[in-house]
Design a protein around this ligand. Sequence first.
Ligand SMILES: Cc1cc2nc3c(=O)[nH]c(=O)nc-3n(C[C@H](O)[C@H](O)[C@H](O)COP(=O)(O)O)c2cc1C
Length: 158
Amino acid sequence: MDKRRLRTALGRFTTGVTIVSTVGEGGQWAGLTVSSFSSLSLEPPLVLWSLRLESPSLAAFEHNPRFAVNVLGEAQIGLSRRFASSHEHRFGEGEWVLGGHGAPVLNDAVAVFECETVSRQDAGDHRLYIGRVLHFTEHAHAPLLYRSGHYHQLGEVI
Ligand SMILES: Cc1cc2nc3c(=O)[nH]c(=O)nc-3n(C[C@H](O)[C@H](O)[C@H](O)COP(=O)(O)O)c2cc1C
């Protein structure tokens, strides 16, 4: 299989952009930019996302079953870049507070899903997390989109 072409083909699938966050064992906040987020089930309410097995953030998500998925708006492209970089103080930008369910939440996100991990499975070089939604908020802000390695804005309704 031609890996480069596969990557190109997969990149044509357009996604939203989220920051998935939690609190690690020492109380430190952990989070990263994630586009593998997806809705899974309404009854019961389940979502999924996947994390690179080599991620330094893995220990925090293994320690704490509570996490939050913060869906980014088009004005939050800087946050997406920051949480995908090696920046040491990722939470130093944006209005972050500790949510009622034990994970950091972004105040002006398009949507926030506060979750509890109910299942994990390793698949290839990633760990798949399935979480039950405990609480959510949403706003009608325009979302940030990601396609083929570039950020995009939402186009017209067709
Ligand atoms: C738009 C976008 C989507 C991403 N989606 C994921 C993802 O779903 N899972 C993942 O493990 N990394 C994803 N990444 C990469 C991580 O955000 C990046 O490697 C980050 O530095 C990981 O944090 P860590 O160093 O704490 O592991 C994505 C990056 C970008 C820019």
